[in-house]
Design a protein around this ligand. Structure first.
Ligand SMILES: Cc1ncc(COP(=O)(O)O)c(C=O)c1O
Length: 365
């Protein structure tokens, strides 16, 4: 964090309002005698699933692991391909690599910056076992349409919902649209823990059981690993705190939407807004725009005491970690142009209307 007066993220303002309930939750756990996979995790899993509109939640240690757990629970690994985008956070693709599968990067829709679902469906080949659409920035990929495009092909759709808690598409919450979904509770997320946390969600009871096995060393019975596994558990302490924060999530997302509407209306025309997927209630995790000269705009903001960010500067197919990924024959020109021009402006529920107007004025000046 810098000394800027308008920050990209500041958990302390929100904590001020909920501190007594957070401390009470911590004391409850410490007094309970149960620290791992106890009643708080079970309660959070079902409360979060209910908040999302259905399914079974499986708490895990972070959003990266959530993807690995979902892939392994689906039996995906070496020799398989998993399609995603190169315009996402590194961990989406890291998780594919950790699983043993090979990432395949589909082109993005230049209007939204999200997976172009038609291009993604075209990339399906004999080795494709799953597609991971990423609901980036809090905007939703049209997963129902993607599933229509896939038709009867046996390809699992795993929604990466790390950035989209609170988003919906035509009335259905993200996370309920594919075969499985994964969430991150990294502190900056719309629902953020005070540390790491994650969740898998699925409506398939057998798949949920497989996820529970994978998160706990692959145990099919006590001290017996019947399959691939890791140690990836959500702690009781984090679950208890997340239960407190979940109560305020709808209001927090609504506040993000109000602030984003001010940006939409008041940023100058030189700032290119990204489109929202038709029918999507955008969760406004990040307010990301495209500008011609990003460094100049970021410099102007910094001089005015305003932070900014880039999500993300380097497309994944340019990174050595993913040099073995399969790409479309045409390459990823939209992804590369997007990465060269995007920047994210401060957006979190504790900002005032006036602070957002200050950012708009600083860019216009
Ligand atoms: C789109 C996306 N996927 C996956 C992750 C991984 O989550 P975590 O940092 O909790 O492992 C993140 C967050 O960093 C993310 O933004």
């Amino acid at each position: 964090m810098t000394n800027a007066s308008i920050k990209m993220f500041d958990y302390r303002a929100e904590l001020g309002a909920i501190r007594p309930r957070v401390l009470a939750a911590v004391e409850r756990v410490l007094d309970s005698g149960s620290l791992i996979l106890g009643p708080e995790v079970a309660a959070f899993e079902s409360e979060m699933a209910e908040w999302l509109g259905g399914g079974i939640g499986v708490g895990v240690a972070n959003g990266t692991d959530a993807i690995v757990v979902a892939l392994w629970a689906l039996g995906i690994g070496p020799g398989d391909e998993v399609i995603t985008v190169a315009n996402t956070a590194v961990p989406t693709a890291s998780a594919i690599v950790i699983s043993g599968a090979t990432p395949v990067f589909a082109e993005i829709d230049p209007e939204t910056g999200l997976m172009d679902i038609e291009r993604a469906a075209e990339l399906v080949g004999p080795k494709t076992r799953a597609i991971i659409p990423v609901h980036l920035y809090g905007n939703a990929v049209d997963v129902p349409r993607l599933r229509e495009l896939l038709g009867s092909r046996e390809v699992f759709v795993i929604e990466d919902c790390a950035q989209a808690q609170g988003a919906s598409l035509r009335g259905a919450s993200i996370g309920t649209l594919g075969h499985a979904a994964t969430f991150s509770f990294y502190p900056t997320k719309n629902l953020g823990a005070y540390g790491d946390g994650g969740l898998c969600l699925t409506k398939d009871a057998e798949l949920a059981e497989a996820m529970r096995r994978v998160r706990r060393y692959g145990f099919t019975e006590r001290d017996f690993a019947g399959g691939r596994g890791l140690n990836s558990r959500l702690d009781e302490l984090h679950a208890a705190i997340l239960r407190v924060k979940l109560e305020g999530l709808a209001a927090q997302v609504a506040r993000r939407q109000e602030l984003a509407a001010i940006y939409d209306a008041e940023l100058p025309a030189s700032v290119e807004r990204l489109q929202t997927t038709p029918g999507c209630q955008h969760a406004r995790h990040l307010y990301t725009v495209r500008v011609e000269d990003r460094d100049a705009v970021a410099g102007k903001l910094a001089r005015a005491g305003i932070e900014s960010g880039v999500h993300y500067r380097y497309p994944l197919h340019k990174m050595p970690a993913f040099a073995h990924a399969r790409l479309p024959a045409t390459g990823l020109p939209h992804t590369e142009r997007h990465a060269a021009h995007i920047m994210s402006l401060p957006l979190h529920p504790s900002l005032t209307d006036d602070q957002v107007r200050q950012v708009c004025r600083a860019i216009s000046s």
